[in-house]
Design a protein around this ligand. Sequence first.
Ligand code: PRP
Ligand code: URA
Length: 212
Amino acid sequence: MKKFDNVTILDHPLISHKIAILRSVETRTKDFRELVEEITMLLTYEAFKDLPTHEVDVVTPLVKCKQKMIPENSVAVIPVLRAGLGMVPGVHTLFPTAKVGHIGMYRDEQTLEPQEYYCKLPEGVEKMRAIVLDPMLATGGSAAAAIDLLKSKGCKDIRQMSIIAAPEGVERLATAHPDVKIFVAVLDEKLNENGYILPGLGDAGDRLFGTK
Ligand code: PRP
Ligand code: URA
């Protein structure tokens, strides 16, 4: 795959270990959900690295000092329904005050193009860092459409966080939105003829919510 400046692929033994368990067909819903949450925490650590902070006064038992904190109302996470919902707890464990917006999208089974069916964003989202959450970046169509939508609402500081990506999806998204930093836990081999990521993990929504 071509190298893109706006793409970070996490390369870490903890990620590889957790993703190996996540992929396995033997991994049941409860463990699958917990792993998605844990991997999301590791992605969040990276995606928050360059967040602006402001100085606040803190009184320790010994002295008063200046400390850096993330201002209120500066982060919104936008899970793409359904599977993106599984990533929200991972962000909230590390940063409980992140606002949450929802974008509903499903892939048309024939064309694989995303169909939008729901959108509810936090008030003032255009002033926040908006982080799109979706564990699977396959063709990249859903992510690109979600980001188009956020830009049409005035968002300027946008990130994409995904757990497994296909090279096709990364290329499409990085080309369509070169200003958006993309954080991916692992880059897989390719898509199959039905638009599923290989080796992948199957249908993330079904595995998270036990629908199949
Ligand atoms: C899955 C996944 C992404 C999308 C990725 O959702 O959660 O949103 O496919 O594919 P793409 O990169 O080719 O657009 P799906 O359409 O299966 O909807 P669901 O989560 O509601 O089942
Ligand atoms: N959506 C999924 O849930 N899995 C894939 O492999 C591709 C799209």
